[in-house]
Design a protein around this ligand. Structure first.
Ligand code: HEC
Length: 142
């Protein structure tokens, strides 16, 4: 009899731990592991017309401070002053996972958006969006 109670208690313990894990993972928002925001395959091959253009980085920085830092943070780590009010956290631009994306994929995401990340297609020119790609790249080079 005692043994049975012990088994039941142990299983309850496992169940509780499992539920805690599930709760913790859903709190991280949908951009973690599970349903990550992934650009379509064609985006990889969109060529960066400003590749290696140093002045584009400076212009990109100006735009970034005005339009992006409130959510993405001055240093691109995703902790801008508005970030805590969002239902989804902006990803950290300094992480390997972000870095491994092609310029075209980053450009596609800035262009298209995915709420609460706004679409900048109508707000910024193509050139400005590429300047931002070049600037964002610098976060992971430090
Ligand atoms: C209102 C807050 C907000 C603003 C302003 C904003 N973003 Fe975002 N951004 C987000 C959120 C939230 C995500 C994550 C979306 C997701 O994963 O579904 C995101 C995702 C991204 C991504 C994709 C990152 C990845 O996971 O691959 C890029 C690139 C990006 N933003 C660039 C920008 C740029 C450049 C600007 C300024 C022109 C900008 N964002 C402005 C909230 C914002």
């Amino acid at each position: 009899m005692k043994k049975r109670i012990k088994t039941v208690l142990t299983s309850l313990g496992f169940l509780a731990a499992f539920l805690l894990l599930v709760a913790a993972s859903s709190e991280n928002g949908s951009n973690q592991n599970g349903n990550k925001w992934i650009a379509p395959a064609f985006a990889k091959s969109i060529k960066n017309p400003l590749k290696g253009d140093k002045s584009s980085v400076k212009l990109g920085k100006e735009l970034y401070v005005q339009q992006c830092a409130t959510c993405h943070g001055e240093s691109g780590t995703g902790n801008g002053p508005s970030a805590r009010f969002l239902e989804k956290h902006p990803r950290n631009f300094t992480e390997k996972e972000f870095k491994s994306q092609a310029d075209g994929e980053i450009f596609w995401k800035i262009t298209t958006g995915n709420p609460p990340m706004p679409s900048f297609k109508g707000m910024l020119t193509k050139e400005q969006r590429w300047q931002l790609v070049n600037y964002i790249r610098t976060f992971s080079k430090k």
